[in-house]
Structures are given as C-alpha cells and as structure tokens.
Design a protein around this ligand. Structure first.
Ligand code: HSE
Length: 327
C-alpha cells in the first residue's frame, strides 16, 4: 500500500481526499491531508469521517507545517495541490523538491513549480529514481501529456496551438453569444469556480502562458521560461470587436501558440468552423506532429475534470511501483 499525503485542501484537495479515502485507487492509502493551517495524519489511513470541510475544524489538526509530513518520511506519494504562485512557485516548489530529494513520488496540479522549474525538478526526479507526474497542470481532465508521451512518443511535435484557459473562453463565449459584458461574464466564471483566485492571471493571459510553457517544455523539450512568452490578454477586447468578428463568421479567442517562432499568447480572430473554436469553459488544443500532422483534442480544462487527471497520475505511480517491487 502506498501511503499518500495531499498538501493543499482547497477545491481539488477536498474532492480528491474524499475519493482516495473511499478507496478510489487500489493500492493507495490516504494517510495525511494538509493546508496552510496544519495537517491531520493517521498511519492506518484516513476515512471519510476523518475529513472535515475545513481542516481547522478537525480536532485531530496538528498546527505544524505540511513539510513535516515529507521530512519525517510519513509518505510514499505526495499530491501537491497548493495554489499556483507564479513569482517563485512557493510553497509548492519546496514541497515537491523535498519529496523528490527523499525519493518520494509526486503528482501535482500546481502550475507554478512545473512552469518555473521543470528541468531542475525532472533532473532531481531522475537522480533519486522518483516520479513527477503533472497531467493535471494543463487542460484539466484532457490527457494532453499522456497522449503525446504514450500514443505519439515516436512522432515529433512541431507546434502547439490552442485555447488553454476556461475562464477567458467562457467570458469570450458569453460576449459572443449573449452580448454580455466582460465584467459580468467574469463574475459568472468566478461563480463556476474555474477562475484563478486572482482572476487577472486568467484575463491577462498569464495562466495560458504558464500552461504553454509547461506543454512546450514537457512535450517539445523547449527549455522555455515564462519570461520567454509574449503575452497579451483579453482585457482590451470590446463588445464592438466581438460583434465585428461575428459579422464575418468569426469570433475572438485567447490563443496560446508554441512553434518555431517561440511562445506567444494573444487574442486572435478564429473562424467559427475551426476545430479549435470551442465555447464555454471548454479547452481545445491542436498539435501539429511531423508525421501525424494535425490532431485536435477538446475537453473540460478546469474544475472537477482535473480530478480525473490526478487520479490517473496516481494510478500510474501505483502501477509503476507495483512493477518495480516485482523486479
Ligand atoms: N483558471 C484556470 C482556467 C483554471 O480557467 O482554465 C484551470 O487551470
């Protein structure tokens, strides 16, 4: 049984903890959950009744830093779900580094550490023989990373183009179809729980840029940083601009592109019949492979669907560790 600890007890952390405590992945025992308030830990495994809505309301709460769970060797698998911090990746970056240094496998949805320190973290994982899986950082439940690494590993990915942010896509869709204002549509997106805690990260295109860096580095070996991305968000998009696009059978979408000219994020005119022209909270990514050519994948890029990616990465770790214990 792999002893699993979840750090970050927000939208994703709470839902994932409940699923793991209910036995969603065979071979995994949830022993700890942590937030900035402290942690609860039970060596024999946490059950559903041990998991409160708010961690601070648990009588079992130990008001100590989450990092203790890693440092004291109380886990074999860390699921890192603290909020994305684009300045220095903390506290997630330190949690992930420490876990990998101890040979502990890591699954994460935290974009900060993966976008800021991908190469360094992967080297560390390689050195210590640990796994670092991050499917949930990009495209929510859409298996973008597994798709390339499993089904298309022998082909070469030449470029990526897509809608990688559900919040801005929801806003632009509401502006296009309902003639709603950007401000009102943003409020709706916030109510759906898909916007970042600081929604300027969505609106200014930074969330899309982070995801583009992650995809370019992990699928194209691009070695890019956030500062390499030319970024323009959607705050300047007016109702008039959307109406004009609509008249000519087009709309405006926030598009992230990674190709031989570098990485960029900007609002673009897109034909309504283009395969990447999806609406609402959907994401769509068009890969261009050397042999396969164009492959477009569409799905929910935020919220609940992200749990599917986390569960699958956890399952991958269990499978790999079961294999290595047999050899
Ligand atoms: N704010 C992000 C989005 C969440 O709207 O896509 C998922 O990364």
């Amino acid at each position: 049984m792999l002893r699993c600890v979840i750090i970050g007890y927000g939208f994703l952390g709470k839902r994932l903890a409940k699923l793991l405590a209910a036995g969603a992945v065979e071979g995994v025992k949830l022993v700890g959950v942590a937030s900035s308030k402290g942690y609860i830990y039970e060596e024999s495994g946490l059950t559903l009744v041990d998991l409160p809505d708010e961690l601070q309301s648990s009588r079992a709460l130990k008001p100590s830093p989450a990092i203790e769970l890693i440092d004291r060797g109380l886990t074999d698998l860390l699921v890192e779900l603290t909020p994305t911090n684009i300045r220095d990746g903390e506290p997630g970056l330190s949690h992930i580094k420490l876990a990998l240094e101890h040979g502990i496998d890591v699954v994460t949805a935290n974009k900060g550490p993966i976008a800021l320190a991908y190469d360094e973290l992967m080297e560390l994982a390689e050195e210590t023989g640990s796994m670092l899986l991050h499917e949930a950082t990009v495209g929510g439940g859409i298996p973008l990373i597994s798709l390339k690494n499993r089904c298309l590993a022998a082909d070469e990915l030449l470029s990526i183009k897509g809608i990688l942010n559900g919040t801005t896509n929801y806003i632009l869709s509401r502006m296009h179809f309902e003639e709603m204002t950007l401000e009102l549509a943003l409020r709706e997106a916030q109510m759906l729980g898909i916007a970042e805690r600081d929604p300027t990260l969505d609106l200014e295109g930074i969330d899309t840029a982070l995801k583009l860096v992650i995809l370019a580095n992990s699928l194209m070996n691009a070695g890019k940083k956030l500062s390499d991305v030319k970024i323009k968000g959607i705050t300047g998009i007016t109702s008039e601009a959307i109406a004009a696009a609509k008249e000519s059978g087009m709309t405006i979408k926030l598009i992230g592109t990674a190709d031989e000219n570098g990485l960029r994020v900007a609002p673009k005119l897109v034909r309504l019949n283009d395969p990447i022209c999806v609406h609402g909270t959907l994401n769509a990514v068009s890969f261009n492979f050397k042999i396969l050519r164009r492959l477009t994948i569409i799905g929910e890029g935020a919220g609940e669907s992200t749990i599917s990616a986390l569960l699958n990465d956890i399952y991958e770790v269990v499978k790999a560790r079961a294999r290595s214990s047999r050899t």
